[in-house]
Design a protein around this ligand. Structure first.
Ligand SMILES: Nc1nc2c(c(=O)[nH]1)N[C@H]1C(S)=C(S)[C@@H](COP(=O)(O)O)O[C@H]1N2
Ligand SMILES: [Mo]
Length: 531
């Protein structure tokens, strides 16, 4: 291995170990944020509008992991550069390392619940570990330009040889083995320490007391109950259920670790342009009339045919019941839902005041307390609006303000301030690129246009014309419907296309738009082979 690469390896390992130490301290010491998460969140927060198409896909769970792996890889590249620098100018490399750890510390200051003194101490430990290992490992790599004997029988390495430097090109290439062994061991140890740190951090954040059931008050259902649904559910293998179970419900948010909220100390504030600011405890909130309704929520970054959409039964308090206690002033045109973690979503006051819908502060999801990932203990559910402009999870505050006075989280990042859910339909079966046997087969899927409702769904096979699909009985205008078209499939390649008509009679547009700034447009299409 050329000496440049060894130096790079040495540097990457040193940086990786420093990062791992940071993760471990974060796991062990409450109040010290994970450096990796702090940097990840900082990048999400500062992303320029141009980056929105890349970063908006980040909020799925798998994407969050991928994003962190990416940051670690970037850190390793920085480490590689520092390794090379360290061979010539060790002090400059050490200084750069201090700058990087300090930048990580600054990013971590923005995290909720951070103890600044502990965090700066942790950053100092990270920097010292990084500098120490950088020096030790770089010392194991020969300086650039030093020739190294190409083929020497690898010697047996004893622990003490780790610090010895090769004295010339005729020496056996022990340094290489030693560097690889020491570096490799450190790298493996770092991954283990980092993982342990993250497990401990998750544990710190996990609720101390098990989540208890939603209040056992009589719940007047606004809409048909689950029992009625069973009979209307269309069935086809692979078709989405009308009600999506909590465990498989899509999850999108900017939280790398979902906030843990203690229901006993949680408060909901109503602030801003109101007659009387209000502060409610959880018990006070759920003492208000409780309602239940099925609502389909969707993510604006859902692509045509994508799965960032779902329908659930929500239990909670009508939002207007709380707003009425505060008294909304007439000049307020925007309601901002603010999360305990600082996320904000802004929606028109007019939309939530419209008597035709029942926006709610949900505390239950599909007859269970709101799961932590979906906003425990309370979140907003506003029929008809995309999640980023409405569905605030881990809700802490309702602020009455004006669109010209405040921009919610995603707005300065290139997304529309107002974003009603667009009419969409999706083909669930047959799957994209599937091969199906000839004969009668189901083409089926879901269609939604909350809260205008779905009037019709049509299927077009091979561009031969639009034919009506059968619909499940809609629960309400705020929910999706299933659709099904029994198809007599003939051998060959076929293209299937779908479109929906909403409750106002407007046909889903076929002109394509990307998710940004206000949702994806266009028809879902699949190609299948019939054999
Ligand atoms: N606190 C908080 N609430 C949030 C978000 C967030 O990032 N933070 N994301 C919103 C977005 S973009 C969507 S699509 C919905 C998703 O809700 P779900 O994860 O329960 O499906 O939550 C919304 N509420
Ligand atoms: Mo979203």
């Amino acid at each position: 291995m050329p000496s440049g690469r060894r130096l790079a390896f040495a540097g990457s390992v040193a940086i990786g170990a420093a990062l791992a130490v940071g993760e471990l301290i974060a796991g062990l010491v409450p109040g010290v944020p994970s450096p990796l998460l702090a940097v990840a969140r900082f990048i999400v927060d500062i992303q320029p509008p141009g980056a929105k198409e890349i970063v908006v896909g980040l909020f799925g769970t798998a994407d969050k992991v991928a994003f962190q792996v990416f940051i670690v890889l970037v850190a390793a590249l920085v480490g590689a550069a520092l390794g090379r620098l360290s061979a010539k100018r060790p002090d400059a490399a050490a200084a750069a390392l201090v700058v990087f750890t300090f930048a990580g510390f600054l990013a971590s200051l923005r995290e909720p619940g951070v103890a600044a003194t502990l965090s700066v101490a942790a950053a100092a430990v990270e920097a010292l570990v990084g500098i120490y290992l950088l020096r030790r490992l770089v010392a194991l790599a020969p300086p650039p330009g030093t020739g190294v004997a190409a083929s020497v029988k690898p010697g047996v390495v004893r622990a003490g040889s780790a610090t010895r430097r090769p004295e010339g090109s005729s020496m056996p290439d022990w340094s290489r083995r030693t560097l690889l062994q020491v570096g490799g061991t450190l790298a493996v140890g770092s991954v283990a320490a980092g993982t342990l740190g993250r497990i401990l951090l998750e544990r710190q954040r996990a609720p101390a007391v098990p989540v208890t059931a939603i209040p056992s008050v009589p719940v007047p259902a606004l809409l048909p109950s689950g029992a009625d649904l069973a009979t209307t559910d269309l069935s086809a293998a692979g078709l989405s259920p009308i009600v999506v179970p909590n465990a498989s419900f899509y999850r999108i948010d900017t939280a790398f670790i979902p906030p843990t909220v203690d229901r006993a100390t949680w408060r909901l504030k109503v602030t801003g342009l109101v007659d009387h600011p209000v502060e409610l405890t959880y018990d006070e909130l759920v003492a208000l009339p409780i309602v239940e309704q099925f609502v389909t929520i969707a993510c604006v970054s859902n692509e045509v045919g994508g799965d960032l959409v779902g329908n659930a039964k929500w239990t909670g308090v009508p939002l207007r019941a709380v707003l009425d206690i505060a008294g909304v002033q007439s000049n307020a045109d925007q309601l901002v839902g603010r999360s305990v973690d600082g996320f904000t979503a802004g929606m028109p006051v007019e939309w939530v005041m419209d008597r035709s819908r029942v926006p709610m502060i949900a505390v239950g999801m599909n007859d269970e307390p709101l799961p932590r990932a979906h906003g425990y203990p309370a979140r907003l559910i506003i029929p008809g609006l995309y999640g980023y402009v409405s569905a605030t999870k881990w809700l802490a505050e309702l602020e009455l303000t004006r669109f010209d006075a405040f921009q919610a989280f995603w707005v300065p990042r290139g997304w529309s301030a107002k974003a009603p859910i667009l009419t969409q339909s999706r083909i669930d079966v047959p799957a994209r690129g599937a091969s199906v046997p000839a004969g009668r087969t189901a083409i089926a899927g879901v269609a939604w246009a909350p809260d205008r409702g779905i009037r019709a769904v049509e299927v077009n096979i091979d561009g031969t014309g639009w034919t009506q699909a059968k619909l499940s009985t809609p629960i309400s205008k705020a929910t999706w419907v299933q659709w099904l078209y029994p198809w007599d499939a003939t051998v060959g390649a076929h293209a299937i296309e779908v479109r929906a008509t909403d409750g106002t009679g407007e046909v889903q547009t076929e002109s394509i738009s990307s998710p940004a700034p206000d949702g994806a447009r266009g028809h879902d299409r699949v190609q299948v082979t019939v054999r």
